[in-house]
Each structure stands twice: as C-alpha cells, then as structure tokens.
Design a protein around this ligand. Structure first.
Ligand code: TYM
Length: 328
C-alpha cells in the first residue's frame, strides 16, 4: 500500500456509520501507512451551508477525528479548501469525464430529488471533485463505507481516461478499502435504509456527540417487532436482526454469539444490550471531543500544519499535471 486518503463532509455531527464504516479503519491504517484525512468542506457546500456553522463544523469534525483516535502526529488532518489543487484538478478531470458517467451516479439522483433542474452544478460534479481529492495525491487506497463504492469506481475510470487521453501513466488507479463488517450501518428505525445525516428523524442515528441519556433513549425507541423473545432470523425478523448486527459490529462479536447471549430474553433486554454497547464505544469519543473543543488554538494548529503538509504533496503533483496537459 502506498498513500492512503479519505474524508468526511463536515456537515453537522458525525454519526456511528461514519465511525464504524470509515474512521475506525483509518485509526488502524495510520500505524502502518502514510495517511491523509480530509474535512471535505468543498463537498459540503454542494448544499448551501451557513458560513458560521460551516466554520464551526470544520473544527468539530477535526476534534472528532482526533477524539476517534486519528493522531495528528501520524496522519495529516486538513480541510480541503485550504489546498487549491483540489478545485483546480477537479476542473482538469471534469474535462476528461463523459456526462454519461456522471448520469449514472445514484447519489446525485437521490440528493437532487424530483426537481433535478434546480440541483446545482456542484452537486452534479461532486464525484469529479472526489476523484480529484484522491488523484491529487496519487493515493493508492481509499478507506470508505459501502455507499462510496460507486464514486470510487468513477475515480478509477476518470484516472484511466486521463491516462489514456494524455498517453501517460501518471495517475495511480486507486483501490477502495471497504471493511467486511460495519461498511453499511443501518438506521435504528428502518433496517432498509442506511444511517445518514440527512434522515429527518434523530432517532434513526447515533451521533458521536450524543450523551448517554440520549443514547439510552434512542436505543429504547429502536425498531423491533411484536414477538416477545429475541431470536436472530435476518429474513423473518429483519428489525431485530438489524439491532443484533449493530451490537455485533460494536462489540466485535459474531451476530450468532450476540444472539446466544440474548437467548430466551426479551426485546427490552436487547435494547439494554444495544444501549450498553453503544455507550461503550461513543462515551470515550464524546468525552475526548468535549475536551478538545475547549482548545481551539490547538485545533487550528492541527489544520494549519495539515494544510501545509498536504499542500506540499499536492503542489508537486499538480505541477506535473499542468505539464502533462500543456499549461505553461
Ligand atoms: P460522508 O461524509 O457521507 O461519509 C463519510 C464516511 O462515512 C461512511 N459512511 C458510512 N459507513 C457505514 N454505514 C453508514 N451508514 C455510513 N454513512 C456514511 C462513508 O462511506 C464515508 O466513508 N464523498 C464523501 C467524502 C469524500 C471522500 C473524498 C471520501 C470527499 N472526498 C475522497 C474518500 C475520498 C462523503 O460524502 O462521505
């Protein structure tokens, strides 16, 4: 493995899906590899953001990265808008991306809703910017959750198209790193939809900043079914299986082992076990996060140093791209 890059959009809180699907894996990877972890603020503004809130959210997410275990001494933490190469390379790549490829992106279809004419160009071009994020550093591996798979495939296609068009092998074709468990954490209230920041119901997700009372309350309201006794039957009892699966990812036990512990017990016991396993993971992150948010100068310093380091790698690579494309 060469260089690793990934990122999260700093729009509001991070939730457990972001942690279990992506960040938890980053923490392991940083011990063995050169890693860059971005706060994708350019991606965030594809949907209007209040400027003061965006500033606050960038600091919050930086604090959450560190609270989750990303060590700024080992990994580069930076916000995307500080390195101009992201937007510049996105333009060059956009000129090598057929519209047909972008029209296939399911996330754009979901996010633009019924009134596609009103969706912004940024939302449409979003996956090209994501390709630029990765290719700007010639990252070899990109650790993400399952929902980013299609964007990663597009990044690979765009790298290939650029290389072909300019008869070069400059861009590395990046590989996705998607975990076997936790890559798709589902909503607590609907086993068919993924846990997401944009779900209107707060009860659908666990935020990494939720306190223990909120977590217990959300676990209590999580969806089960009308059968009293807990069993693990994903086909017949998907709501109960969804909660058992989540406990399994949180505790790193198999779903069968979790179900065995709950044999003969009731759904209220399942919910207590869910709350306990959630708190065991979220509480230490939240505690550290609250501590870090008291030291904004230190957070700004992490972002300053990160932007400088990322900028050096990006600058060297983008100069090469300009040469390949024919810019003087
Ligand atoms: P974002 O901010 O939507 O999500 C950040 C990371 O969390 C993962 N994730 C999940 N994993 C499991 N279960 C879930 N329910 C769940 N929800 C989210 C995502 O897969 C992702 O890994 N476009 C990206 C940010 C980005 C990026 C990049 C990522 C911008 N440039 C370059 C990698 C490389 C996004 O919006 O992620």
């Amino acid at each position: 493995m060469g260089l690793i890059l990934s990122g999260v959009q700093p729009t509001g809180n991070l939730h457990l899906g972001n942690y279990l699907g992506a960040i938890k894996n980053w923490v392991k990877l940083q011990n063995e590899h050169e890693c860059l972890f971005m706060l994708a603020d350019l991606h965030a503004i594809t949907v209007h953001q209040d400027p003061a809130e965006l500033r606050e959210n960038v600091l919050k997410v930086a604090a959450l990265y560190v609270a989750c275990g990303i060590d700024p001494k080992k990994s580069v933490i930076f916000n995307q808008s500080r390195v101009s190469g992201h937007a510049e390379l996105a333009w060059v790549l956009g000129c090598n991306t057929p519209l047909g490829w972008l029209n296939r992106m399911t996330q754009f279809k979901d996010k633009s809703g019924n009134d596609r004419e009103k969706a912004g160009l940024g939302l449409y071009a979003y996956p090209v910017l994501m390709a630029a994020d990765i290719l700007l550093y010639n990252a070899t591996h990109v650790p993400v959750g399952d929902d980013q798979k299609q964007h990663l495939e597009l990044a690979r296609d765009i790298a290939g198209a650029f290389n072909r068009n300019f008869k070069t092998e400059f861009f590395t074709i990046p590989e996705p790193l998607i975990q076997k468990t936790g890559a798709r954490v589902m909503s607590l209230t609907d086993y068919t939809s993924k846990m997401s920041k944009s779900d209107p119901s707060e009860y659908s997700r666990i935020n990494l900043t939720d306190d223990n009372d909120i977590i217990r309350n959300k676990a209590k309201k999580a969806k089960t079914d009308s059968i009293a006794e807990v069993t693990y039957e994903p086909e017949a009892r998907p709501d109960v299986a969804n909660l058992i699966n989540l406990i399994s990812v949180l505790t790193e036990k198999t779903p069968q082992a979790v179900a065995a512990e709950l044999a003969g017990k009731k759904s209220s016991d399942l919910k207590t076990m869910l709350a306990d396993s959630l708190i065991a993971v979220v509480e230490p992150v939240r505690t550290k996060y609250l501590e870090l948010m008291n030291d904004r100068i230190m957070l700004m310093k992490i972002l300053d140093e990160g932007a400088a380091k990322a900028g050096r790698i990006a600058g060297a690579n983008f100069s090469k791209v300009k040469e390949i494309v024919g810019f003087i």
